[in-house]
Structure formats: structure tokens, C-alpha cells
Ligand binder design. Structure first.
Ligand code: ATP
Ligand code: MG
Length: 224
């Protein structure tokens, strides 16, 4: 599903966020991406969602070389991927329900379908009672759960989540990971960036560790 070959991402002032990154994630896998702050986790996810392009090397997702996509293909690609940003990126002047249905609206789904699907995912994250709230009226953990609901609403083939449990207590973190596991059981490939070694040990999936923009692999803490 994901193939990174000799991937470099160099920012201004010569900062190598990724350096010769090599990794493969199979279709249907659930993997954690871990490593210290600054090791390149968010950078790799931003390349995967095609927010940015590599400085050199190849990144292929589902058979598509992301650097070679046209503008229209990038738009279609992004709609096939569910992304949870580290800083949520909710739309401030839209309600919870509107934030979650934004992609379905863009795809021209009828309002009844938008509402039904949004309600199902918002129920999954325990926010079905806050449909009309605005993002600033929510706690950090509630905002994070809206961002997760938005990423899952379109049944994406690939879910990428950047520290999706960073603002959640242990119970909510478990519920959210359980949602990702249910998506994964239905065939969705899931990549979750996290600092939380305890979470990885509890969940027990494969973990890829980044250090200075390079990857090394390890099995999860517990068998699946
Ligand atoms: N837009 C940018 N411009 C310049 N340097 C950047 C930019 N974004 C990231 N970097 C640098 O790239 C490196 C990797 O950053 P990245 O955000 O990918 O790390 P991370 O593993 O996600 O860290 P964290 O765990 O703190 O979220 C860091 O040294 C960072 O300072
Ligand atoms: Mg990060």
C-alpha cells in the first residue's frame, strides 16, 4: 500500500526531516510510527497526504507515485485518504456536524446520507450529542475526536493519524484505537504516529521507529 524508497525531505536551512527513508506498509496493515520529537513522523505523514512532495526519492501509495499526480489527481487522492492532523485543523465557523460532513458535501452526497454517515462516526467517538457545537466550544479531546470522525466518515482506503490520542485520557484513547481497529478489520490500511510507547505495547501492532528521518522496524509489544 505504501512504498518509500530513498526518501529525503530537506527543509530550508538544510534541515533533513527525512533522510534515505525506506519502508513498506502492506495493504490492510495497522502500523504505528514512533520515534522522538523531531524524528520526522509528521513530515512523513504530510508527504503521504500529498501536502508536500519529497526532495528526492520515491513515495508510492496504492500504485501511484505521489510526486507525479496532476492537480485533479491530488484532489481525488486526498479524498480517498482519511487524515487526522496533529493540530486537528477543524473549520472554526462550522459546527461539529458540518466539519464532519465537509468531504461528503464536496463529493455531492445527498444531505440525508451525509447526516446518517456523520452521525454513525460521531457516535463512534462519543460526540453524537454535540452536533451543533462549534470547535471552540469543545475541549481539546473533543476537538480531536471530531477530527477523527471527519477522517473516518468517507470510508477511506488509507487512514493516517498524527498523534490522534495526544489529548485523550486512557479510556478515550482506547475507544479511538478501537475505532481504527474496526476500520482496519474492514480492510482499511491504518498508520498512526504516536510517542506513546505504552499505547503501542497495549495494542500490539507493528511499530516503525523513526530516528533522524530513518526507519527501523520492530514487532508490536503483544501478539494481535
Ligand atoms: N516546515 C518546516 N520548515 C523547516 N523545518 C521543519 C518544518 N517542518 C518540520 N521541520 C523540521 O523537520 C524535523 C522533523 O519534524 P517533524 O514535525 O516531522 O517531527 P515529528 O517526529 O513529527 O515530531 P513531534 O513528535 O514533535 O511531532 C524537525 O527537525 C523539524 O524542526
Ligand atoms: Mg509530529
Amino acid at each position: 500500500m505504501i512504498e518509500a524508497r530513498e526518501l529525503d525531505k530537506v527543509y530550508t536551512r538544510g534541515v533533513y526531516a527525512l533522510r534515505g527513508l525506506q519502508l513498506t506498509v502492506e495493504r490492510g496493515e495497522f502500523v504505528f510510527l514512533t520515534g522522538p520529537s523531531g524524528s520526522g513522523k509528521s513530515t512523513f505523514l504530510r508527504l503521504l497526504v500529498r501536502d508536500e512532495v519529497p526532495t528526492s526519492g520515491r513515495l508510492v501509495v496504492d500504485g501511484r507515485d505521489l510526486a507525479a499526480l496532476s492537480r485533479a489527481e491530488v484532489q481525488a487522492y486526498r479524498r480517498s485518504v482519511g487524515f487526522v492532523f496533529q493540530d486537528f485543523k477543524l473549520i472554526p465557523r462550522r459546527t461539529v456536524l458540518e466539519n464532519v460532513t465537509v468531504v461528503l458535501r464536496a463529493l455531492g452526497q445527498p444531505p440525508s446520507v451525509q447526516r446518517r454517515r456523520a452521525l454513525a462516526v460521531l457516535q463512534g467517538v462519543g460526540l453524537q450529542h454535540r452536533l451543533d457545537a462549534f470547535p471552540l466550544e469543545l475541549s481539546g479531546g473533543e476537538q480531536q475526536r471530531v477530527a477523527i470522525a471527519r477522517a473516518l466518515v468517507n470510508d477511506p482506503v488509507l487512514v493516517l493519524a498524527d498523534e490522534p490520542t495526544g489529548n485523550l485520557d486512557a479510556d478515550l484513547a482506547r475507544d479511538v484505537i478501537q475505532l481504527f481497529r474496526e476500520m482496519n478489520a474492514r480492510g482499511t490500511t491504518v498508520v498512526v504516529a504516536t510517542h506513546d510507547r505504552g499505547l503501542i505495547a497495549r495494542v500490539g501492532h507493528r511499530a516503525i521507529t523513526l530516528a533522524h528521518g530513518r526507519a527501523s522496524d520492530e514487532a508490536g509489544g503483544l501478539p494481535r
